[in-house]
Design a protein around this ligand. Structure first.
Ligand code: SF4
Ligand code: FES
Length: 256
């Protein structure tokens, strides 16, 4: 008999070793996330995926699914918390969407829309951050880094290079590259590296490609991030599970 958790009352099957995020995504349930990508070791840093598990806040991307867990995902309290977290991410950096070539393809922007974020709520920090355009093909705009570490993990786990690391703490946290000069041009970064294409914001960009896809035809211009994310994960909505696994899912089938 398969093991199950419930998410907002829906019965979700899981396999041993899966996190709550894995189980949710596989069953077609979107939990907002920014620092998580299924092919990389979870990092649990952005906290956007916070859910309530048996009454306690946990990061869905790192917390293992366990039989009988009762998970809350879409409560007003959690949605409000996620909106505040996203607002903090915006004010901690310099995210000027209309002037960013990643607009429409940016996960931070798309999550903000998904959460109906209408303003920054907090005063902007306007931190002084630099742009590293030294590399012939790849540039880093530190203004847009949210320290998700996806480039760090991609460079290490996929490219076998360790081009990136995060240094410092709190307000002094910053992305560094593996070169004495501190410049990307002096690393072994290549435009074909996985790390060059993983950034959820416009912090790492491939030069001279920014407007190849026109504004209006970009990933999130016509679809919300939950649809895009679930489609990319190849998820299988719970309502489509075989009857033997769908016990207790009537409310989902009825769209309640
Ligand atoms: S540069 Fe992009 S991928 Fe790397 S830590 Fe910053 S936001 Fe994440
Ligand atoms: S997606 Fe889980 S902490 Fe970032």
């Amino acid at each position: 008999m398969s093991k199950t958790i419930t998410i907002d009352g829906k019965v979700i099957p899981f396999e041993d070793g899966q996190t709550i995020m894995d189980a949710a995504m596989a069953a077609g349930v979107y939990i907002p996330h920014l620092c998580h990508q299924p092919e990389f070791t979870p990092h649990g840093s952005c906290k956007l995926c916070t859910v309530k598990v048996n009454g306690r806040n946990c990061s869905a991307c790192t917390y293992p699914a366990m039989d009988g867990q009762e998970v809350l995902n879409e409560t007003q309290e959690l949605i409000d918390d996620r909106k505040r977290i996203t607002q903090m991410l915006f004010v901690e950096g310099n995210h000027l969407c209309p002037g960013c070539e990643k607009t429409g393809n940016c996960q931070l922007q798309a999550v903000a829309y998904h959460l109906n974020m209408l303003d920054n709520h907090f005063p902007a920090f306007y931190p002084e951050r630099e742009v590293d355009a030294s590399h012939p093909e790849v540039m880093i705009d530190h203004n847009r880094c949210i320290f998700c570490t996806l480039c760090v993990r991609a460079s290490h786990e996929k490219d076998g290079k360790d081009v990136f690391a995060i240094s410092g703490r709190g307000i002094h946290k910053h992305l560094i590259v593996n070169a004495e000069s501190g410049l990307l041009k002096d690393t072994d970064m290549a435009a074909t590296d996985h790390a060059a294409h993983i950034c959820p914001t416009g912090a790492i960009l491939i030069k001279r490609t920014g407007y190849q896809v026109p504004i209006g035809e970009r990933i999130y211009d016509h679809k919300e991030i939950d649809q895009v994310s679930l489609a990319a994960s190849g998820s299988r909505p719970v309502a489509a599970l075989p009857p033997s696994m769908a016990v207790g899912t009537e409310n989902i089938k009825n769209g309640e």
